[in-house]
Design a protein around this ligand. Structure first.
Ligand SMILES: COc1cc(/C=C/C(=O)SCCNC(=O)CCNC(=O)[C@H](O)C(C)(C)COP(=O)(O)OP(=O)(O)OC[C@H]2O[C@@H](n3cnc4c(N)ncnc43)[C@H](O)[C@@H]2OP(=O)(O)O)ccc1O
Ligand SMILES: O=C(O)CCC(=O)C(=O)O
Ligand SMILES: [Fe+2]
Length: 361
């Protein structure tokens, strides 16, 4: 039986909240559902990490790009310009059927709707594979303040492995969404690489750009005192590209590189949010920007999102592309083993752009 709100907040030491959320697998969703009225102190973020609304810009500035005609050079220009200027854009008319998007959202709700003991079968402690992990916050062992989010992270190896190991509550919807994203991911990478003088994506390049995929399903439950915490703290993704489906609640903010303000990425029906990750920033020698983003907590609504992180393979070396350096441009990033880079990212709390700065020469 889940404890009541009074049992958790008033009379119990804070270790009991950690035990309930982290170890027993209730997550922040379970905490939220106790009816808790004030934010436990573990989730109170330092002032500088909370999103101050006076630093946000109300207008919609992240481009929304219709990609129905991928062969149109104007479409490629819009994509590449957005990747250079914003690091973020939304795509519409991308060819992934609305039904597939609805199915993966339902799959996400089905998984998080399971009882805690079912979800907890996939926690780091209990999961039968490193490739399937249910958790909460980002890196609880490294964080001074926890984040108000639960997630399931699925590293894709093969359909066979996914069928055997991924939770039955969500695997079909997630696999269908992954399969349907493949063509558009290839189209986007082709356009982005062409501007970097990579005119053909041969097999080795394809491995480097999209040789592995990780899909996360994220759940941000209703939060008491949302202004005191974060859903996800400031970070950039370590992927090549991230292909993100959000529901209609909103709450994702992106750093404007020109003035350091934060810009909302408004939900647009049927759209997919695309962002450049650190691996592509490094390969493009800084031309495409992996931009800091964060998610605010919400006081009245539950929110979900489903990012597909498109990555190099763990054993690939990443560094500025030879085609980019062929012009005589000086490399600003080192060559790194991708899995070392990702481990470095996961070992720390979210800290803005510190991971990619670590890759600088
Ligand atoms: C969760 O909240 C998030 C997540 C994100 C993610 C943004 C991304 O861009 S994810 C894309 C990352 N790229 C890849 O996964 C592809 C390459 N993969 C690899 O190189 C490896 O699979 C590996 C990730 C390095 C894991 O290798 P493995 O040998 O299996 O090592 P482990 O011992 O299992 O893990 C090492 C260390 O990493 C942490 N960790 C691993 N997986 C996850 C995960 N899915 N989520 C969170 N943390 C993970 C873990 O702490 C491990 O350390 P331990 O102390 O537990 O041993 C963005 C924003 C978010 O809020
Ligand atoms: O939930 C979102 O909109 C974004 C989540 C995110 O940035 C991530 O999982 O890397
Ligand atoms: Fe992210």
């Amino acid at each position: 039986m889940a404890p009541t709100m009074a049992e958790l907040t008033n009379t119990q030491p804070s270790t009991d909240i950690s035990d309930f959320v982290l170890h027993k697998g209730h997550g922040v969703k379970g905490l939220s559902e106790t009816g808790i009225k004030s934010l436990p102190k573990q989730y109170v973020q330092p002032l500088q990490e909370r999103l101050c609304m006076t630093k946000t810009v109300p207008q919609d500035s992240i481009p929304v790009i219709d990609i129905s005609n991928c062969d149109d050079p104007n479409v490629a220009d819009a994509i590449c310009n957005a990747a250079e200027r914003w690091g973020f854009f939304q795509i519409v008319n991308h060819g992934v059927p609305l039904e597939v998007l609805d199915n993966v959202k339902q799959a996400t709700h089905r998984f998080f709707g399971l009882p805690a003991h079912e979800k907890n079968k996939y926690s780091k402690r209990n999961s039968c594979s490193n490739n399937v992990r249910y958790g909460t916050s980002f890196s609880p062992q490294a964080e001074k303040a926890l984040e108000w989010k639960d997630y399931l992270s699925l590293f894709y190896v093969s359909d066979q492995e996914a069928s055997a190991l991924w939770p039955p509550a969500c695997k079909d919807g997630v696999l269908e969404y992954m399969r349907n994203s493949e063509t558009v991911i290839k189209q986007l990478l082709k356009m982005l690489m062409k501007r970097l003088s990579v005119n053909e994506i041969d097999e080795p390049k394809q491995h480097l750009l999209m040789g592995s995929r990780r899909i996360n399903i994220n759940y941000y439950p209703i939060c008491p005192n949302p202004e005191l915490t974060v859903g996800v703290g400031r970070h950039s993704d370590v992927s090549t590209l991230t292909f993100l489906l959000q529901d209609d609640i909103g709450g994702l903010y992106v750093r404007d590189l020109q003035d350091d303000s934060w810009i909302h990425v408004p939900p647009v029906k049927g759209s997919i949010v695309i962002n450049v990750g650190d691996a592509l920033q490094i390969m493009s020698n800084g031309r495409y920007k992996s931009v800091e983003h964060r998610v605010v907590a919400n006081g009245t609504k539950n929110r979900i999102s489903v990012p597909i992180f498109v990555n190099p393979r763990p054993h690939d070396m990443i560094g500025p592309s030879p085609e980019v350096l062929a012009t005589g441009e000086k490399a600003i990033y080192k060559q790194l083993l991708y899995s070392d880079y990702v481990k470095y990212f996961f070992r720390k709390a979210h800290d803005g752009k510190a991971t990619v700065d670590h890759a600088k020469i």
